[in-house]
Every structure is written in structure tokens, then in C-alpha cells.
Design a protein around this ligand. Sequence first.
Ligand code: AMP
Length: 408
Amino acid sequence: MARLTVKDVNYKNMRVLIRVDFNVPIDAEGKITNDFRIVSSLPTINKILEDGGSVICMSHLGRPKGEGYEAEFSLKPVQERLSRLLGIPVAFAPDCVGDEAKALAAALKPGEVLLLENLRFYKQEKKNDPAFSATLASFGDAYVNDAFGTSHRAHASTVGVAQHFDCVTSGLLLEKELIYLKDKLDDPVRPYTAILGGAKISGKIDTIRHLMDKVDNLIVGGGMIFTFYKAMGYEIGKSLVEDDRIELAKEILEAVKTSRVNFMLPVDVVAAGAFENDALSTIVDVDQIPADQIGLDIGPRTVKQFAEVIRSSKTVLWNGPMGVFEMPNFAKGTEAVCAAVADATEHGAVTLVGGGDSVAAVKKLGFSDKISHVSTGGGASLELISGLTLPAVAEISEKSCGCGCGCK
Ligand code: AMP
């Protein structure tokens, strides 16, 4: 069954409560330094306004203690930016619940927008407190979720609120994430290749296990390779290792032997004497890492092998850098993988990039428009590609929900 989206409903004369992700970076002077997330929410807000509805935006920002107002985490700067981007005034409720928020929501007329102050000034938000959800829900006639980045969390504004409405729709931003990271990966065009990198095995273990049975090629790079090499009995020098995950690495190595997946680990690495950009480095085979060296990137023979597989794939999923890409001298592996993914897109593959660091690498290299979909959610995208059902996504109604919302 297809999910219900804002496109399926006419919101004329409705006050629509939208969970957006306005968790934007704000500097010490209160200036928003990157408004990408606000800009991304505009299509959903505008759709509702064009229908003749009004909008109540709610979001978190940063990590306040949950014990009341903290100036540095106020959404007030977002009010002004949202207003500028929409080209209309945006009202602001200085407390996300309480009499003033209630009155401002009740007074909304079609075409008007209200922004509530940071939800996480209340600890009840993250605790999915029923009374807190009920209060938020009482502000709207309909509820839309457009915050992919928090959809893996069962919070009051993502799950509790949804349970007060018969019909819950996904916003256009959330829907796009789900089309790419769920629908397209549930039924991938093959060959399907997943590339996993990043620092540790521990955060990616469920992802590796899940993808092993789904993909044709599973490429692994980044710091986690050294736990595999140690499990294989290789000398790994001073490279990053998780000793408490060695048994797990052995289990995976055993499992891939009997699975149909082409499991690829690097064959060579760039090793250096210190964790510094300017440290003297050499390229060594993975079973020849000197005892005093640290592996900081994948080597050129590996890049060639990985790139060949990526370029011949029809679906490519990438999460996590191949090396310590923050240091320019150890970014070549990540850059080459990024270029190969972009190349695959040009040759007709569906390519998806998720996870903070790989997304940062794509943007830094200017490849954003050469990837089919660059995800906005780090943790949420990792959970989704690990086959988990995201709690907030589970609340989205199916098409033809039959509630009389106009979705039939
Ligand atoms: P994650 O948050 O797990 O995706 O990890 C991203 C981090 O992994 C980045 O900060 C990289 O610098 C780091 N990383 C990648 N390769 C290595 C490596 N060989 N040794 C240490 N850290 C690494």
C-alpha cells in the first residue's frame, strides 16, 4: 500500500500541524549559517498554503537540557528566515505549549503560518509524554510529518501527536527520502552495491548484517576494516580497532563465505606514522602494515577495484567515508569513491548517499547534483537501510485510509 502524502489531501480551511526539521546551525550572534533545512521544508508548507490551509510548524533545535528556555537554542532566528523565504509574515509562539501558543494557533486564518518555540525545551518531547502530545495535537486539524532526521525517534511530536489523528500524511521531503531509501532499495535494480565506511564496526553491524542478504556487492572501507584484519590474524599496527568486536567480525567473515554476496575489503591502505595530515605515509598491502603505522585511507589498488564495481552497478548506496577524509592527504579514497558513485549516476544508476560524513564529502567535492539522492538524515537513514521500521514512518497512513480526509 502506498503512503499518504500531503499531495493526496486538500487542506482548505484546515490548521495543519507540521513536524519540520529546523535544526539549523546558528552562530554566536544568532545568525543562521546554513538554511538548507528551512528551504527544504518550503514545498510542503507552500502546498498547504496554496490549498487554503494554515500552517503550524514545530521543530527541535540543538540539544537543550529539557528544563525550559535556553536562548542559544531558540527558534526565534528561524522565524525571520522562514518569513523571508516564504515572503509572508510568520507568527512566533515563544513557548511551544501553553495559553499563548493555543491562542495563536486558534487565531490562524487560511494562508497564515505560525512557528512554535523549540519543542525540546520540554523533556516531555523526547519522552513521548502523552499529555504533551495531546496539547500539541489540539493545535491542529491535521498532522503532517516532514522531519526525516527525527523519524527514527518515538518522540511526542513525531509519534505521540500522530496518534491523535485518523489521517497522517508525509510531507514532500520525508516522502522523497522514503522513495529513495526504502522503496527503491526494497526492489533495487541490479547489480546493487552498498559501500559502508566510517570509524567503527559497532555502529554499522546491523547494517552489514541486513545488507549482506540484499546486495550483490558489499564494499567495506574506513576505520572498521582493521577490526576485520585483526580478526583475520593480520598485523594492523596502531590502526583503529575495536577489540570487543573481533568475534563479531569473525562471524561476519564466516557468514559472507556461504552467502552469495561479493564482500570486498581493501587490498591496500595508506599508512602513516602519526594521526596527522603531514605525517609521512606509505602504501602497503593490508597484510603488511608495519607495527608502528596507522592505516588512514584505502590504497590506490583498492580504489581501482572498488571504482570498477561501483561504476558497473545499477543501484548504489553509500554510507561512511573510506578514510580520515577530514585530512586532505587521507581523503583520496573517499574522493575516488565519490567520483565513482557520481559516474555510476551518469551511466543511469540510482545512487544514494546517507550519513553525515559521506554527505559532507559529496558536498565538499561539489558532487551533490551528480547523486540521485543525498539524504538529510544521518541516524534515520542508517536505520532505514538496516531494514528497521522507523517509528514515525509507521504512523503515516496508507492511501485510501478511508477517514474522509479527501485521500480516497
Ligand atoms: P562514522 O561516524 O562512523 O561514519 O565515522 C566517520 C569517521 O570515520 C570520520 O571522522 C573519519 O575520519 C573516520 N575514519 C575513517 N577511516 C578511518 C581510519 N582509517 N582511521 C580512523 N578513523 C577513520
